[in-house]
Design a protein around this ligand. Structure first.
Ligand SMILES: Nc1ncnc2c1ncn2[C@@H]1O[C@H](COP(=O)(O)OP(=O)(O)OP(=O)(O)O)[C@@H](O)[C@H]1O
Ligand SMILES: [Mg+2]
Length: 574
């Protein structure tokens, strides 16, 4: 797996509960276990190759009959060929497991972010979310590739080699265990303990840099016009400097760990000579095996030398895994089929909307936005919601969408809790938010996001309903015109209406439209409202606006004010 330094991130909130990252690896447990076994065999081949060669060279020096050497020659060939083949197989298995894990995890994280949409994850910076979705998720399989597999293989090979040396010269086996204790346990532990703080501040700094860079790019036009570009660039520079300092600290500890580990590995090699030579003299050790005693620890060194680096990777991956799990906590249950005879996803009935004694507070907010809200929108009714800016209109819509779960009271869409609907929410509710996104693709594909199979005639009908058809016809390639990254070839009001058309095209029986007329003059706003009512006939419609004049002709209008919702016109009977 490609190493992506400098792009990982960790929990921002200190004192948070440590999460077990191994839970994230569980789906790939079987494949990883096989990879670990094959990896251990590959390293074992390396040690066996060294042992065989050492014996072969020493024995050959005594000029024995060639036949005596032939078994060792076969061994050297077998282990020499076996090592790369097994190593290749291990890489294949491990990366297969890691990439499957990655694919599954990325989908889960994306769903969780998606579910958080208007609610749960609000308040988190885009760059931070991006870091979670890309770098943090990438770091989770690293946990297997860089930490788990090397550690398992190192342990297996260390024990096997110690057993081999014990059979030859027990004192050498003890020295090997002592050296491995320093190189494979003490050095990584020291590195882990010291790198934890450094990694954590590096991770925080990484998330800050990602967020600041994303903000800088996103707000470039505003910054240029305000002349604030250089100041923001300086800010980014300072964050980068902080990141570099933290990474240097982390690297320093990793380096110290590696040095200690190398020193540890020198013990059994030098010690092997020190105990081996006297043992040969006294006849306790066959001279042919002396080379083996000295050289086998060198081969084992290969297995443990990477462990201090693995300890740093562990700290990084744990931090990343915790951030991923934070996002996964937002996951919604999987889609449930619609009730009724038609479970294919097409709505069978038109749901009513019910809000009962609901208190709505955003996560982390000091006070609720709305308290004791009661609202009934009968199936098929068209209701307007007015209120000043910041009164809580969009908050009410977020509750209807299931994106914000009421602190008290309940919200029901056709008798169901929208927060528990999972993906099925899209088949019940169509939502057009205040600043809906226009995708960098054709007008047609932008509209078909909501209705994949829709024919051009349907698309045109929706565009006509939002008074945009004439405008689209003037575009160079009509429905096929590709819109810019942010739909740059359309004006703000036109973009909003394109998003409205998208909501209309979704077959959902409930339409929640947040400020569909915000960008329009009064006349066009009225016209659009009338046309939306026409297009939404037979569906439940909630239109949010801060302009009451755009609400003429609706069945009922409620006002959001002073933290609650009151009927402006006669309340509708349920
Ligand atoms: N996603 C969110 N996370 C946290 N707080 C939020 C979120 N959305 C809104 N708020 C808070 O809730 C309050 C009401 O905001 P809301 O967006 O519901 O107002 P609104 O009536 O839709 O205003 P506008 O007409 O300007 O769109 C605001 O004070 C805002 O700080
Ligand atoms: Mg709003």
């Amino acid at each position: 797996m490609r190493r992506r330094r400098g792009r990982r991130a960790a929990p921002r909130d200190r004192g948070e509960r440590p999460v077990s990252p191994s839970a994230l690896l569980r789906p790939a447990a079987r494949r990883l276990a096989i990879a670990a076994a094959v990896g251990s065999l590959a390293l074992g081949c390396g040690v066996a190759l060294m042992a065989c060669s050492a014996w072969l060279i020493s024995r050959a020096a005594q000029h024995p009959p060639v036949l005596v050497l032939s078994v060792a020659v076969v061994g050297v060939r077998a282990f020499g060929l076996g090592r790369p083949v097994l190593r290749y197989l291990e890489r294949l298995l491990a990366h297969d497991a890691a990439l499957r894990l990655l694919a599954g995890l990325r989908v889960r994280v994306f769903r969780a972010v998606d579910a958080g949409g208007a609610g749960g994850l609000a308040g988190r910076r885009r760059g931070d979310l991006l870091a979670r979705l890309v770098a943090d998720v990438d770091a989770v399989p690293d946990l297997a590739l860089r930490v788990l597999l090397p550690a398992v293989a190192a342990a297996a090979v260390s024990l096997g080699s110690a057993a081999l040396l014990a059979a030859v010269l027990p004192a050498a086996a003890l020295l090997l265990l002592a050296g491995l204790g320093v190189a494979g346990v003490a050095a990584p532990a020291l590195t882990a303990a010291t790198a934890r703080r450094a990694e954590r501040s590096a991770a925080t700094a990484r998330a800050d840099v990602a967020a600041a860079a994303a903000e800088l790019v996103g707000a470039a036009p505003d910054l240029l016009v305000l002349g604030a570009g250089p100041a923001r660039l300086d800010h980014l520079d300072r964050l980068e400097a902080r990141l570099a300092a933290a990474e240097r600290r982390s690297a320093r500890w990793a380096g110290a760990g590696t040095a200690l580990s190398q020193l540890g590995l020198a013990v059994p090699v030098a010690g092997g000579l020190l105990v081996g030579v006297p043992a040969v003299r006294t006849g306790a050790l066959d001279p042919v095996l002396l080379a083996l005693v000295v050289l086998v620890p060198l081969a084992v060194a290969e297995a443990v030398a990477g462990l201090p680096a693995a300890a740093v990777a562990l700290q990084r991956a744990r931090a990343a895994a915790a951030r991923v799990q934070e996002v996964l906590a937002q996951e919604r249950p999987a889609a449930r089929p619609l009730a009724g005879p038609d479970a294919s996803g097409a709505p069978t009935g038109v749901p009513d909307l019910l809000v009962e004694g609901a208190t709505l507070r955003w996560p982390g907010a000091a006070a609720p936005v709305l308290r004791d809200v009661d609202l009934v929108v009968p199936a098929g009714a068209h209701v307007g919601v007015v209120g000043a800016s910041g009164a809580g209109k969009s908050t009410l819509v977020a509750a209807l969408l299931g994106a914000l779960v009421p602190e008290r009271g309940r919200v029901r869409v056709g008798g169901e809790d929208p927060a528990a609907l999972g993906d099925a929410v899209a088949s019940r509710l169509a939502w057009c938010g205040q600043d809906a996104h226009v995708f960098h693709t054709s007008v047609r594909e932008n509209l078909r996001l909501a209705a994949p199979g829709a024919a051009d005639a349907d698309l045109e009908a929706a565009l006509r309903a939002v008074r945009l058809l004439d405008r689209v016809r003037t575009l160079p390639a009509g429905l096929g015109t590709v819109l810019g990254e942010e739909g740059a070839t359309l004006s703000g009001g036109e973009r909003q209406r394109l998003a409205l058309a998208r909501a209309l095209l979704s077959g959902a029986p409930v339409l929640l439209l947040d400020e569909p007329t915000a960008h329009l003059d009064v006349a066009l706003a009225r016209e659009l409202t009338a046309s939306l009512r026409e297009a939404a006939r037979g569906r439940t419609l909630v239109v949010v606006t801060h302009r009451a004049e755009a609400l003429q002709g609706l069945d009922a209008v409620v006002r959001v004010d002073a933290g609650t919702v009151t009927p402006l016109t006669a309340p509708l009977a349920a």
